[in-house]
Design a protein around this ligand. Structure first.
Ligand code: SF4
Length: 395
């Protein structure tokens, strides 16, 4: 049986400081675990290698956390083992996430040399007050210089992450951030512009709950989103997902795997994967992860469901039902401007088709040549549709 291509996600849990809004599985002050983390990640990869033998990996995404904190030697070892253990497509997209303060010319040269061909940098804002609010440790100048260094190292596919809808943000400061990055040495090839969300159990959520911070007005946030889409279209970017824009066809192929509900192997603490129809989560604590992989790895082949999932660091897993697969395909695929092919949704679609009929009737979705897409209004209120997909009785 031939399998469709698959992606690899590697989670790097280290950060220099923990940003106030961040709910990713990342930690400051545990750099002493870097070597052990790498040993465990390589051991986990080795455990998976037989399981995914014969599948071609079209993308690798080294994310976090802050992967640009890893030494040249660590990146070299990681990428060498990935190539040795897995079948990488000759044109595989290999992304590494970086933060401006940890980008260094030597490290960038090493990433290039070992196959990284895409850099995704967390800039977020170029306004000093906003950067302080977010607990970011770089300034606007450092971000611009880091971008130059990435280009000088020869990277031709560079994404920048930006955040809008910050409390107290004005249209001018957001506009200024966007305009500046568009003028950096020809600008980036890809932009991810996310509206700030206040995630539970973050310092930001505590500040909002205590009234010290007031969230931005949703109508104003929607205005910023509209302005962004229009401005980036004028700058030659194609919006291909709710928050993502690409120039020259350089869409993020790895993220497209998620949005198209395809499979990806994930390793590292807290990583979520989807392999052979099973979704799984790896233990979040970096120390537990290291312990489980390095001390239990040898027994991994003797477990029950884990018989099918070779990593001893997996804590949760489920075989995805046909219905859940359909709902995942719709909720992630409808974020894409290309939408989903209604003809490929299978028999299960009959159970929720009425919801999409309702969305079309209300101007939230459209049908075009067999594809189902959300309208601009539909993208803005996508959750209204997704709630109904989970409970079609609501329409
Ligand atoms: S640098 Fe990124 S991953 Fe690290 S704490 Fe900040 S937002 Fe989270």
């Amino acid at each position: 049986m031939t399998h469709p291509p698959i992606g690899l996600y590697v989670h790097v849990p280290f950060c220099t400081v923990k940003c106030s809004y961040c709910d990713f599985n990342s930690y400051a002050g545990i750099d002493d675990l870097q070597d052990a983390w790498l040993d465990a990640a390589l051991a986990e990869l080795a455990l998976w290698a037989t399981h995914v033998a014969g599948r071609e990996f079209s993308t690798v995404f080294i994310g976090g956390g802050t992967p640009s904190l890893l030494s040249e030697d660590s990146i070299r070892r990681l990428l060498r083992e990935i190539r040795e253990r897995l079948e990488l497509a000759p044109d595989a997209e290999i992304t590494l996430e970086a933060n401006p303060e940890s980008v260094q010319p030597d490290r960038l040269a090493a990433y290039r040399e070992h196959g990284v061909n895409r850099v995704s940098m967390g800039v977020q804002s170029l306004n000093t007050a906003e950067l302080v609010f977010l607990d970011r440790i770089h300034g606007a100048e450092r971000a611009a210089q880091a971008f130059r260094e990435v280009r000088e190292a020869g990277f031709e596919n560079v994404n920048l992450d930006l955040i809008y809808g910050l409390p107290g943000q004005s249209h001018e400061t957001w506009k200024s951030t966007v305009e500046q990055v568009l003028h950096w040495d020809g600008g980036p090839d890809h932009l991810s512009c996310y509206a700030l969300t206040v995630e539970e159990d973050t310092p930001l959520a505590a500040r909002v709950a205590s009234g010290r911070v007031v969230e931005a007005d949703p109508d104003f946030v929607a205005e910023l989103a509209d302005w962004t889409a229009e401005r980036l279209a004028r700058a030659g970017f194609e919006q291909y997902e709710t928050s993502n824009y690409a120039r020259d066809g350089l869409r993020c192929r790895h993220n497209l795997i998620y949005w198209r509900n395809q499979e990806y192997l994930a390793i590292g603490p807290g990583a979520h994967g989807y392999v052979d129809g099973v979704r799984y989560q790896v233990v979040r604590s970096p120390r537990l992860y290291i312990d489980r992989v390095l001390s239990l790895g040898a027994q991994a082949g003797t477990r029950a469901l884990r018989d099918a999932l070779p990593s001893p660091a997996i804590t949760d897993w489920e075989q995805v039902s046909a219905h859940d697969h359909l709902i995942d395909t719709l909720t992630s695929g409808l974020r894409l401007i290309e939408g989903v092919d209604e003809g490929l949704l299978g028999e299960e679609y009959a159970a929720v088709r009425s919801v999409m009929d309702w969305a079309v009737e209300h101007g939230l979705a459209e049908r075009n040549e067999g594809r189902l897409t959300l309208t601009r209004r539909g993208h803005a209120v996508a959750n209204e549709i997704f709630v109904r997909l989970l409970d079609p009785a609501l329409v």
